[in-house]
Write a protein that binds this ligand. Structure first.
Ligand code: LLP
Length: 463
């Protein structure tokens, strides 16, 4: 959800007058570079190109719907994050946003670490050659089998999320004759300004151990007392798609205060803190995300200042951006099918995908942009709702947008900023076949996750 996406009202509130939408100010043929990946442009014929390849060719070769991921943009964003935080900090890409073996290889080559939160993500990471010590293992309900696997593989850290897990990981580590490096995830009590389902640092939710009532201090006591654990630091993740830095600053301050209390009680200065992910991206022209260097500066300034005043050595900082790295690097390409004008309301434009390839609009009231990309058009703008082909009316991809009035079946339209939490949350609802992810770079396109087939569906259905 972009900032404006909140249940508060429609994005086009500014153009909504007494129930009527007026035409958008911007030329529909102009692609706002804020929401499109970096190599996207229109060619001389007006067709959108990415990595130098026109969408018509991509559609012909790979079909629709499909996600096209701009590899050089992905790599550039990885570098921007790691350069912004510098050698004294670690950037862990949050694999839940989108993970595949190719992505793991890119991360490895660009020097990033990886946050995984399930056995499936861990196996993808290890299979593609991510060194185990560069992996952080997360989750509020890791199974014993998952913990065993992580400990055996030698992951760099397990982020402990409950009292039961502290004991469980300690036992498993001892059984394997190792001291497992761990962090404790604390709930700092911040109300992040984002959708309720993706805010995680207020107290009434399932993640972490609360700071406020002394639970986090107790968790630290227990972790320090167990031989199987090497407590390296404290972790806080306050939520996702957040623009306001204030929440991160409060979180950083509270985490440093906890380190000072630990020093006072135990005489130990924990060497690391992790401030999680959650930085917002632009889904529409109205969103203004922060650049990695601004985020890095804001966080490191506050940690340094708080540590100075508490007379603590400054810990090594780590962060876990997922959406901010992969989100802006991909778009979903759809073919327009049925077009249904509803007099006095809007025009419903149906595409060949829907909530099975992008659940975010239905789930979080998320906002997206959309453009006609197989050609340009001088036709008048028409108010549209882009919907999928699934059997429910909540199957909406883009709730309110404008497309040219001469839009016709067979046109290609694209929804930008779908790199994060779209393919990774895709489903087979109505036995939809999950779309492929195609990486595009320097005039070459290659499938990194192939399209599902009906045989794939039938293979799982063992009759
Ligand atoms: N670290 C931890 C511990 C997390 O739980 C998450 C996201 C991240 C890092 C990465 O957050 P990011 O930088 O991507 O915001 N499905 C939702 C987002 C759920 C985020 C879950 N945790 C969506 O589509 O908006």
């Amino acid at each position: 959800m972009s900032r404006s996406a909140h249940p508060a009202g429609p994005r086009h509130a500014d153009v909504l007058t007494e129930g009527h939408y007026s035409a958008p100010a911007a030329d529909l043929n102009v692609l706002d570079e804020k929401v499109w990946s970096r190599t996207v442009t229109r060619d001389a014929d007006g067709a959108l190109t990415v990595g130098g390849i026109a969408v018509a060719r991509l559609a012909e070769e790979f079909g629709t719907p499909a996600y096209f991921l701009d590899e050089s943009d992905f790599r550039a964003r990885c570098r921007a994050w790691s350069e912004a935080f510098g050698p004294d900090a670690d950037v862990f890409y949050a694999g839940k946003a989108f993970l595949s073996r190719a992505v793991v290889r890119w991360l490895k080559e660009e020097g990033l670490n990886l946050d995984v939160c399930s056995g499936g993500e861990l196996s993808t990471a290890l299979d593609a050659g991510m060194p185990a010590e560069r992996i952080a293992f997360h989750g509020n309900n890791k199974t014993v089998a998952e913990i065993e696997r992580a400990v055996e593989a030698g992951v760099g850290r397990i982020v402990l999320d409950s009292f039961q897990e502290i004991v469980r990981v300690a036992h498993i580590a001892q059984r394997h004759g190792v001291r497992q490096r761990v962090q404790i995830r604390v709930t700092v009590g911040v109300e992040a300004h984002t959708h309720e389902f993706i805010a995680t640092a207020h107290e009434d939710q399932k993640f972490g151990i609360a700071l406020a009532d002394g639970q986090a201090a107790e968790a630290v006591r227990r972790a320090l007392s167990l031989d199987g654990l090497d407590l390296i630091g404290v972790h806080s993740h306050i939520g996702s798609q957040i623009f306001d830095m204030a929440g991160f600053e409060v979180s950083a301050r509270r985490v440093v205060q906890l380190l000072a209390e630990i020093r006072d009680e135990h005489g130990v200065e924990l060497p690391e803190i992790d401030l999680g992910g959650g930085l917002g991206i632009a889904y529409t022209s109205e969103d203004d995300p922060r650049e990695p260097h601004e985020i890095a500066k804001a966080l490191s300034d506050i940690v340094t200042r708080e540590c100075e005043s508490a007379k603590l050595r400054t810990p090594r900082i780590s962060v876990e951006p997922g959406r901010a790295i992969v989100g802006p690097t991909a778009f979903t390409l759809y073919e327009v099918g049925t077009i249904k004008p509803l007099e006095g309301l809007r025009t419903y434009v149906s595409v060949d995908g829907g909530m099975s390839d992008n659940i975010r609009t239905a789930l979080y009231d998320a906002e997206y942009s959309v453009a006609l990309v197989s050609r340009t058009s001088d036709a008048e703008p028409m108010l549209v709702r882009v919907v999928g082909k699934h059997c429910e009316s909540g199957d909406i991809v883009v709730k309110d947008a404008f497309l040219p009035a001469d839009l016709a079946p067979g046109d290609l339209i694209a929804v930008p900023a779908t790199g994060a939490y779209c393919r990774s949350m895709a489903s087979n609802y109505n036995h939809a076949l999950r779309p492929p992810v195609v990486a595009v770079r320097d005039g070459e396109a290659r499938v990194i996750v192939r399209r599902e087939t009906e045989e794939d569906l039938l293979r799982l259905d063992v009759g």
